[in-house]
Structure formats: structure tokens, C-alpha cells
Design a protein around this ligand. Sequence first.
Ligand SMILES: Cc1ncc(COP(=O)(O)O)c(C=O)c1O
Length: 419
Amino acid sequence: MKVSEMAESLLGSHIQRISNEISDLQKQGKKIYNFTVGDFDPKIFPIPELLKEKIIQCYRDDITNYPRINGTPELRESVSRFIKHREHLDYSPEDILIGCGARPIIYAIFQTVLNPGDKVILPVPSWNNNHYTHLARAGRIEVETLPEENFMLRIEQIEPFIKEASLLALCSPQNPTGTAFGEQDLIKIFTRIVEENKMRMNKGIKPLYVMYDQIYWMLSYGATTHFNPVTLIPEMRDYTIFVDGISKVLASTGIRVGWGFGPSGVIDKMKSFISHMGAFAPKAEQIAVAEYLNETNEVNKYIEWIKATINSKLLKIYNGITALKSKGYKVDSIAPQGAIYLTVQFDLHGFKTPSGKALNSTGDITTYLMNEAQLGLVPFYAFGSNQESTWYRLSVGTCRDDDIPVVMEKLEAALSKLS
Ligand SMILES: Cc1ncc(COP(=O)(O)O)c(C=O)c1O
């Protein structure tokens, strides 16, 4: 059946494909520790009890009609207070747009600031920027980031492309790497963007916008501090569109409440995308989230718990991988800084399995780990890295504490069988 060229070449999610492979193995009765999905097991990470009660109450109160297209005033006011209190960002409720999760906000950003053929600078690995660029019929400038730089983009890497780009897609803490930008690296990037945009303004050219996806920002660990463009360089306010929401920090991926904020002229146009797609967050959820976010003590308690719980799992696995590395196995990991992910390396190309089969590709290694260690991970090529990248994303959203020593044992056994 003929469809548009854009739809014809639109790719599905790689991660979904790996998840399907895992489901098939599980259907055959095989136990798999599935650390592939950027989601939470609600039995391990339930949403805040008070939020749940408030959502149920809103439905009991028959809050079931259309919300305003840019979000209920209650939620936009609540988000405005929330970001002022927690991030010292001053945005009025009119400059905040609510969507059914962060994804429609991201979609609307790409559609709003890009013309067909415009270019987007995106780091690889990164989450889904390739698909949103494709949907906007724009071109990609993919910049491969480096393990020694925690897979975070540097100004030197993007400098050659700044003049031709219309959008820079950034995320911190980052999916898939669980690493975050440092202050000085961001200052260098944004200083250059302000300079570029001054020049563009003089010539009447569309600025280089920055999408700043900070959906994991409240999940930052240890000494990691979260920085944002506008606090660092106030002139960035005219060019920065923020992405945020409750999906990750409140383990509420299925509740579907996200938001964006930025310059009025951009947010106002993005509103129309949300409206025409009907990508509103349900009104009951919006009212419930608005009330919940105002309960500062409850929110603080929940965030403290979820951060400690995620960080402890990330650190246990990180320490386990580091111990395997010190035993001489060809594995490595980057210390976790944020989000729900750990970056792990399996440098196993060329090794032979007990049956004599050589691990020739990342796909072979992924399958070996799945079959022998019962461990499901997502290789970085699923996030745009080159096919031979030896790095993987491990998500702890579905990881039980009891699983960790078992997984480490199975992993060591699987690695020890390679020659
Ligand atoms: C970086 C990043 N942004 C946005 C999202 C989407 O969030 P939502 O579920 O609110 O649409 C995700 C989900 O995995 C993500 O990792």
C-alpha cells in the first residue's frame, strides 16, 4: 500500500524490537532480567499514593470533559510555582504548555521551529531525536559523543555545524547514558549560540533554538548538579524550549502528564499542535497533578525516596560491573549521574562462545547476554551510535534488589565461558 515517503521511511522503535525478542523468550518459559525499558515496574516503583487518591477523586467528581488546549489553568499555575521554587525559573502560566506526557511537547517543538530540510544537531547516542527530526521532514546532523566525555556533547564537536543548524536537541541527565552536562561545558555551548543568534537577528534569520529535555533533572545523584540554559546564560531564554513532566520523577509513565515552557511566541504556536492532535493530558490527571505538586512536603518525601531507591540500584550494578572489570573481564561502566540508566560496556567482539560461535556483531553479543546471562540490555546503536559500538543502556526501572547479585553471578558465568 502506498503511503507518504515520510511514513514509508519512519522507523519503529529499536527498543520495542528487543523487548519483543525478550517477550518471545519469556513465552518459552525462560526467565529474563529485562533491563531494556525506560519504564518502571509499578510494583517496585508505585506512583505517589496521594497522587493516586487525587486522580481517583477527580474521576469521582466527574472531571471528565475537555481541558483547555494549553492545559488547565490550575496545572499551569502549579507548574509555574514548582519550577520557580525548585529551579528558580520564572515562567508565567501562559508560557507553559501541558501535553499528554513529554512526547507531544517534543513533537510540537520540532514541528514549530523547523522548516522541511532544516537541520537538527543531535548527539548520538540519544533518545528518539532521530524520529522527531524525521517527522518534521528535517535533516539530521548526528554527532557521536565519546565515552571519555561521559557521552555528553562538547562545543568543539558542534562548532562546525552551528551556522547551518536550526535546532540543537539536548537532554540532561541523558537517556540512554545516565550522565549529565557539567556547568562549564554548557556555558561554552550557550555562549556560542547567543553569539550566533545575535548575528542571525541582525540579518532577520530564524534563530538556532535549543530543545532542553530535562525530564530526569530531579533524578540527579551524588555530586551531580543539574544546570539549565536560562539560569546559566539569561539571554538563552529567547531560544530555549524546556521539556519536563512527571513521567520519570513520579514514576508516572502511564499517567501521561508532561509540559514544555519557553518563549511566548514559540509556546503559543506549539499550542495549536497539541490542540489539533488532541494530545491533551486527561483533565482529571491535570487537576490531580496540580494539587499534588502544591503539596511540597509530600513531593519532597517521594522524590527523596525514588532518588535513593534508583541510585542504590544503579550503584550496586555499577560496583558489580567494576568488580568484573577488575577481574579482567572486558566490561566497563560509567559512574551513574542521573536518570534511571547505567552505561555499560561489553567489549566482546571476536570472542567465541562454548559452542565455537564467534561473537561478530553487537547483535550477537546482545543475544548471547540474553541467552546465557538472562540479561536484556539495549545496545547504543538503538540510539543512533555506530553499529559496532560496544556500549549498552541498562535501565533499573524494573530491577528488584534481590535480582542484582543473581544477575551479577549469571553475568560472570556467561563471561567466563567465552574464549
Ligand atoms: C529523555 C526523554 N524525554 C522524554 C521522554 C518521554 O516522556 P513521556 O513518557 O512523558 O512522553 C522520555 C521517555 O523515555 C525520555 O527518556
